[in-house]
Design a protein around this ligand. Structure first.
Ligand code: FPP
Length: 251
């Protein structure tokens, strides 16, 4: 089955979206950059560049719609096994993106945040991420979570280690450990869980993305590659989300 490939299906009238029932948190696995480039006989790096441009439009649309949180998978803990040149291109692209877009994102009232172990990133990435976070920290609009050197399993390990340290210090007992405590030690502490996870490119996996937080998320898949992902696809995903019946284990 082809999902959301025809123009006719993609057009979503804004007034069909119920602005009072928007998802609070949208998570996106930006997949298909390499295949998008391959289809055009371009190097994979051009797919990532086009992917960064697609992201820019989606950030603005989320901001305009009044979405509170957008988490995007930029680089996973597993992505280090890619060719050295591709990893280094992605790191440079991140810096370029932040340098180029910071002022405009700040004007759009976006709070830039990062999620993942950034200590393993090149110095210039760390510097730009921290600077972007600091500059936009008092904004009140969309929270953009750039998930970089992020992995859901390692995030859960981090949470367990922090809790264990507290137990060892005698600050808490093992009986105090509950789901809320584990959540409070994740990178997303204090944020709502994603309501919807969007994955384009015809893959149907979570790929270690926000695995704890997505326990009750809705999933939306599409066959198009991320660099072709546009505002109409986002609107379609939101509209479909609004048709879902979320029971959270109830009836
Ligand atoms: C997955 O596609 C994509 C990535 C691993 C990188 C995601 C990065 C971007 C969208 C652009 C960078 C964003 C910023 C903020 C700089 P893939 O390469 O695995 O595609 P494939 O499965 O078709 O090979």
């Amino acid at each position: 089955m082809k999902l959301w490939q025809s123009k006719e299906q993609n057009d979503v009238d804004m007034d069909k979206i119920d602005v009072k029932r928007l998802p609070n948190h949208i998570a996106i696995i930006m997949d298909g950059n390499g295949r998008w480039a391959k289809e055009r006989n371009l190097p994979r790096s051009m797919g990532h560049k086009a992917g960064a441009e697609a992201l820019r439009k989606i950030v603005s649309e989320c901001s305009n719609l009044g979405i509170k949180y957008l988490s995007v998978y930029v680089f996973s803990t597993e992505n280090w096994i890619r060719p050295k040149e591709e990893v280094s291109f992605l790191m440079d692209l991140l810096v370029e993106y932040l340098v180029k877009e910071l002022d405009e994102l700040h004007r759009e009232n976006v709070v830039i945040n990062y999620i993942g172990d950034i200590t393993k990133l090149p110095e210039k990435c760390q510097k730009n991420l921290k600077n972007s976070k600091n500059k936009t920290k008092d904004n009140t609009g969309l929270h953009l979570n750039l998930c970089i050197n992020y992995g859901g399993r390692s995030e859960i390990v981090k949470s367990f280690k922090e809790i264990y340290a507290e137990i060892k210090l005698g600050n808490i007992s093992i009986d105090d450990v509950d789901e809320n405590m584990i959540s409070d030690h994740l990178y997303t502490s204090g944020m709502p869980d994603p309501d919807i996870v969007i994955r384009p490119s015809g893959e149907y996996r979570l790929s270690n993305f926000l695995i704890w937080q997505c326990a009750y998320s809705e999933f939306w898949f599409s066959n198009i590659f991320w660099p072709d992902f546009r505002i109409e696809h986002l609107r379609r995903a939101i509209l479909d989300y609004q048709k879902r019946d979320r029971r959270f284990g109830g009836v």
